[in-house]
Design a protein around this ligand. Structure first.
Ligand code: UDP
Length: 321
């Protein structure tokens, strides 16, 4: 049993990690400013409301709870916003994380599992993407995450950076799921169409060099992500070396295939509009997850169809009439 501080634990991936920590016998303390998180997603331990940039508050929370490790999810994560407001992203994500690392060092907290992203790779030279690929982000969001990975490598902490591919799905038991104020991600938007909250899904580009012309992504179930965090924590506790791991299924699913899966799962027609390519979208992002399998004993358990089905159950309950 460990006490774990979970920054961003009121958010999508962070809340699922809290559930997985509880199932593994750990105690989570959520640290979240609730800018994008939701109080009702914090169910497995106390919520300490606070901002990463509030050093006094962080000090007080670390002193009160004395965690053995930090799972660090708190971040702004909308790629388009990061292009429009790079300074806000830098301040929140980079300066916030540096403040957190500093506070951990002051309080003798030695381990961090960091929520990183496939966006650190930019447009990959080789597929599937392995962890030794160069970090070449093409947007400020990815840059902030790459910079934090570098800061961790230069710190005295034991750390694991988990580079998520496309997080998707929801808790299979239906307790928690994805809820962003401004939704930009494919699967939730497709499900909003199924619920009648939007008229159609815009497919951004159908002329890519892919089997059906639409972009291919590696969608990974949020509960599989959560499980990897618990395993990464145990590995660091066991003296494992610091470094990054990709988290994806290793299988690609196209935008058109996601729409088709959602039509099957929801029974809704889901009208489609074809729009131009979205700037900055690589045609294909698929990872090699061999390193995570070998080092964490981890394997993804939920395929894309299950991700859409679990997300649908959650969306119907949260946003349905
Ligand atoms: N996408 C789309 N329509 C949307 C949202 C996304 O066609 O309304 C496409 C997007 O171009 C990308 C894929 O769906 O190829 C996944 O996008 P998302 O924003 O979910 O995740 P990303 O891959 O950008 O992290």
């Amino acid at each position: 049993m460990a006490v774990v501080l979970v920054t961003g634990g009121a958010g999508y991936v962070g809340s699922h990690a809290c559930k997985a920590l509880a199932a593994a016998g750990h105690r989570s303390v959520v640290y979240d400013n609730l800018a994008t998180g939701h109080r009702d997603l914090v169910r497995w331990g106390p919520l300490e409301q606070g901002d990463l940039l509030d050093a006094d508050r962080l000090d007080a929370v670390l002193a009160a709870h004395r965690p053995e490790a930090v799972l660090h999810f708190a971040a702004l994560s909308v790629v388009g916003d990061s292009v429009r407001e790079p300074e806000r992203y830098r301040r929140n994500n980079v300066e916030g994380s540096l403040a957190l690392i500093g506070a951990m060092e002051r309080h003798g907290v030695r381990r961090m599992i960091f929520s990183s992203t496939a966006a650190v790779y930019g447009i990959p030279q080789r597929l599937p993407i392995t962890e030794d690929a160069p970090l070449a982000p093409i947007n400020p969001y990815g840059e902030t995450k790459a910079e934090i990975e570098r800061a961790l490598a230069a710190s005295g902490l034991a750390w694991t950076a988990l580079r998520y591919f496309n997080a998707a799905g929801a808790d299979p038991e239906g307790e928690i799921g994805e809820h962003h104020q401004t939704e930009t991600h494919l699967i939730p938007i497709v499900l909003h169409v199924a619920l009648g909250l939007r008229p159609a899904i815009a497919i951004f580009g159908d002329d890519y060099d892919t089997p059906d012309g639409t972009c291919v992504r590696d969608y990974i179930h949020v509960s599989d992500l959560a499980d990897a965090h618990v395993r990464a924590l145990a590995r660091l506790e066991g003296g494992g070396t610091s470094g990054p791991f990709n988290l994806g299924t290793g299988r690609g699913t196209s935008v058109q295939e996601v729409v088709d899966l959602a039509r099957t799962v929801t029974g809704h027609a889901i009208p489609v509009e074809h729009e131009p390519r979205r700037p900055g979208d690589p045609p294909v992002l698929v990872c090699s997850n061999e390193a995570a399998r070998a080092a964490l004993g981890w394997q993804p358990r939920h395929d894309a169809a299950t991700q859409v089905a679990d997300a649908w159950r959650w969306h119907r309950r949260r946003f349905g009439a």
